[in-house]
Design a protein around this ligand. Structure first.
Ligand code: ZN
Length: 287
């Protein structure tokens, strides 16, 4: 059994809006820190960004909001790495709180940006998809250069790093989670960067029965099952607080990076999302 507070944190996180409503703390300051092995948290206090490092170059996941790069760049340097050594930037989903900073980070690094085909379309053009559940509330993104679409299950390789794309659509059409393995002190763990799984809509818009995205409900149900089934020791969700990252980090001084290991984390995150989706569908059924 998981402590109740973990389950509640997951459920609350899944209910909370993402992107539609400007959260004041997207740019909250945050010191960078090691997660496990070659993997570091370089995001802000409100939006995740993760750096996977190697001698062959680095992979960065997400760029946070348009103001995010200010912190992300500083964090990478603070950890002793070079932004110019980032070879790939991977995108979770095509909303400005996670992808708004990617254009600038791409420019600074010269990296290739990888995303699902639906997300890549939005990143390249900067224009939100009209079928997005939060469409009327979305801001355009700075268009991203050098963007390539990946397939579901595609493995992005760089030196010893291998990151797998796991499409998890529903929150948006292009939402993607990413998984890899990290080793520290002879122990190898499965790391998951899980994308948002919340059925957030703009005010007045339906999630189930959105003519611009008729498959949204089916997609999200499948994505929740996908995340629940992942091999998952260390979980970072696109919004760090939605998966208890700060609670785990609070134990880092005592436990070291083992503080981030929780084999139930993905199942809890998925369970919270399933509960929140049921609530959303129930309220939509009432009219
Ligand atoms: Zn979002």
């Amino acid at each position: 059994m998981k402590p109740l507070r973990h389950i509640l944190a997951g459920a609350l996180g899944a209910i909370m809006a993402c992107a539609a409503v400007q959260a004041a703390d997207w740019n909250a300051p945050q010191e960078p820190f090691a997660l496990y092995g070659n993997t570091y948290y370089v995001g802000t206090g409100g939006i995740s960004s993760v750096l996977i490092t190697s001698k062959a170059g680095h992979i960065l996941i997400d760029g946070a909001s348009p103001d995010g790069p200010k912190q992300i760049v500083q964090h990478i340097r603070q950890l002793g790495f070079r932004v110019e050594d980032i070879r790939y930037i991977l995108s979770s989903h095509e909303h400005f709180d996670h992808a708004g900073g990617i254009a600038e980070l791409q420019k600074l690094s010269g990296a290739t940006v990888l995303a699902s085909p639906e997300a890549a379309k939005v990143l390249r053009s900067g224009q939100p998809d009209k079928g997005d559940p939060q469409y009327i509330n979305l801001q355009p993104l700075a268009p991203v250069a050098n963007t390539r679409a990946v397939r579901d299950g595609e493995v992005v390789k760089l030196g010893p790093i291998a990151v797998t794309a796991r499409f998890t659509p529903g929150h948006t059409k292009g939402a993607t989670s990413w998984t890899w393995r990290a080793t520290e002190g002879g122990k190898t763990v499965d790391v998951v960067y899980a994308d948002s799984l919340n059925a957030t809509t703009a005010d007045g818009a339906r999630f189930d029965g959105n003519p611009g995205y008729p498959a949204a409900r089916r997609d999200l149900e499948r994505s929740i099952a996908t995340v629940a089934a992942l091999k998952c020791d260390v979980l970072v969700s696109a919004h760090p607080e939605f998966s208890g990252l700060w609670e785990r980090k609070a134990k880092q001084p005592q436990l070291g990076n083992a503080a981030f290991i929780d084999r139930d984390a993905c199942r809890d995150y998925a369970a919270g999302a399933r509960k929140a989706l049921a609530k959303k569908l129930e309220s939509e059924a009432k009219g």
